[in-house]
Design a protein around this ligand. Structure first.
Ligand code: A3P
Length: 298
């Protein structure tokens, strides 16, 4: 790990995030109609932010020609809680149009009580850890400051297996939201990237129901679900000018870096047999009898 990570509230985090998380824990007040898109980094957060935004506002759009997603990056439309309420301007909480939608990478156990206790909804997107690892490692080497050395696959894999990655360990993060989705299925929706890829329409409709804005027969006749799927697809989003150039967020990340391959199963191009064996074993052991499993691991 080329930059230091600190163990904060039982997860690993860079220093600047600790301060931001600490402040949002103190200042953020959830509303009952808030929508929170939660994820472990590099699990398809940007895709889910786009979908959640498009679904929750679908009643306001009969046509998708002038949709905000065509001219704004999903990270701009759906800001991260960590960096929105970093103590800079708390009034912003009341300026955002409702329903408010936020993203977060903070583990479930560290979310503020108002999120847990209110009626707000959480959509958690989880990705197969093999693809998650590849996405995170390739991403890091693209966005790292030039002053930091590139990380080899072997080094990165060792850290991943030890759980020492941003917001890690991966297994603790996913299990925190998994357990809550089992206990409160009407509050927390747990979605796998792979399932979302396989049957996007089914999940888009389910999210519409969860958020209290189901698709009507009229919407179905007008092909609204298909329009949303297309608008948020990897191919479409990747090619939009607003996602190809410029930077976003406090880290001033080049937007194009959020779109690499957008596929499931790309890990086969990177994993050696011993790597597969090692990570499969760790993940199977950590997920135990939680009921959560991934096809190739179980
Ligand atoms: P890959 O690196 O495997 O291509 P996050 O948004 O959490 O940072 O996750 C980024 C991952 O999601 C990247 O995976 C990226 O290509 C993929 N992604 C981005 N937009 C997507 C979309 N519209 N549909 C599917 N995957 C998408």
């Amino acid at each position: 790990q080329p930059y230091p990570l600190y163990l904060f509230q039982n997860f690993w985090c860079p220093k600047i995030h600790i301060e931001a998380i600490h402040r949002f824990q103190q200042h953020f007040q959830a509303k009952d109609n808030d929508v929170i898109v939660a994820s472990f980094p590099k699990s398809g957060t940007i895709w889910m932010k786009a979908l959640a935004f498009a679904i929750s506002s679908h009643q306001s759009f009969s046509s998708f020609e002038n949709h905000p997603l065509l001219t704004s990056n999903p990270h701009e439309l759906v800001p991260f809680l960590e960096f929105t309420f970093g103590g800079v301007n708390h009034d912003i909480q009341n300026q955002i149009l409702e329903p408010r939608i936020f993203g977060t990478h903070t583990p479930f156990h560290s979310l503020p009580a108002s999120i847990k206790d209110s009626d707000c909804k959480i959509i958690y997107i989880c990705r197969d850890p093999f693809d998650n690892f590849v996405s995170a490692w390739t991403y890091f080497n693209k966005v790292r400051p030039l002053s930091l050395p590139a990380v080899t696959k072997e080094e990165a894999f060792e850290m991943y297996c030890n759980g020492i990655v941003d917001y890690g360990p991966w297994w603790s993060h996913v299990l925190g939201f998994w357990n809550e989705s089992v206990a409160k299925p009407n509050k927390v929706m747990f979605l796998k990237y792979e399932d979302l890829k396989d049957n996007t329409g089914f999940h888009v409709r389910k999210i519409g129901e969860l958020l209290g804005c189901p698709f009507t027969e009229e919407d179905e006749k007008n092909g609204k679900v298909e329009s949303i799927i297309k608008l948020c697809s990897f191919e479409k989003m990747k090619d939009l000018e607003v996602n190809k150039s410029g930077v976003v967020g406090r880290g001033r990340i080049e937007k194009k870096n959020f779109f690499r391959k957008g596929e499931k199963g790309d890990w086969v191009n990177y994993f050696s047999p011993p790597m597969v064996e090692k990570l499969s074993k760790i993940v199977a052991e950590k997920l135990g009898d939680s009921g959560l499993s991934f096809k190739k691991i179980s």
